[in-house]
Design a protein around this ligand. Sequence first.
Ligand SMILES: C[S@@+](CC[C@H](N)C(=O)[O-])C[C@H]1O[C@@H](n2cnc3c(N)ncnc32)[C@H](O)[C@@H]1O
Length: 290
Amino acid sequence: MPSLAIARVMLRELLTFSQVPREPEPDLVMDDPDKVAAYTRAGRVDGVMAPVYLFHGANILEILKPGDRAIDLACGPATQLGLVAELAPEVSFTGIDLSDEMLGIAERYIRDRGYDNVSLTTGDISRLEFLEDHSVDAVFSTMALHHLPDPAHLDATFREIHRVLKPGGGIYLADFARLRSPDSIRYFAYQYADRQPELFTLDYLYSLKAAFSVADFRTAAAHLAGQARLHAPRIMPFMLAVKSPPRTNEHARLRPPLAAIAAALPDNHKTDLKDLRTIFGLAGMKCGLL
Ligand SMILES: C[S@@+](CC[C@H](N)C(=O)[O-])C[C@H]1O[C@@H](n2cnc3c(N)ncnc32)[C@H](O)[C@@H]1O
């Protein structure tokens, strides 16, 4: 069962028949040092995004296999990338982003934590010309696609994923989707406004306004037909994911470390994690590791 607050948003979305228009991100590439710092802080250790990274991390781990070469599209400060890289030391990862400021933070984070299976590169995720056709085993991306300027760039990104991925490769692409009601958008943006920097609250608000519609994702995901499935919660499309089936059933060893991270979350983050599982579960997406 979802929490009461989420149930209320679901009801509102169910009773809203129009959809707020998309407003592209004011900062497509995140280069402003203060905003980058606020975003980074929200993701580390006790940050409000910790349960989100844990949820997506478990799902990403499920589509990886030992020996893979994997890319993280628009890796930002590498919080998500670091979590996955730590638990999959036998996979080699490349984080791709267009922001020097983000990549600088990511590089320090990776170095400080001693991950020797991660490299970073500057690049545009909608033009991966620096990667050969069918040259990577897995592609993932979290909370970043809404930074693309328009649906044509979203489509180009999915086309590039199809081009660079090997047949049978792993895919996990998760992002916000545009809610129908402006009140629902405000609910999520201001949910934790009292315990996070205002810059992060605004960043979150802009992200939700910039999210693509489920229909935009459905069009783009057609490039990956037969490889991955779009999971979009029907009642409340707050987040969605495009996920390929797990590529190995030898993931059991990952359950204890993921359970330990989940157990260490504060209670409100545990509720968020449960809500994510419920929302995606309703959209048919299960994760065997959480
Ligand atoms: C909200 S952050 C998400 C970062 C990370 N994936 C995470 O889960 O924390 C969005 C990132 O997308 C990057 N970005 C925006 N447009 C891009 C593009 N066309 N190519 C590569 N990176 C891009 C921004 O610089 C920023 O680091």
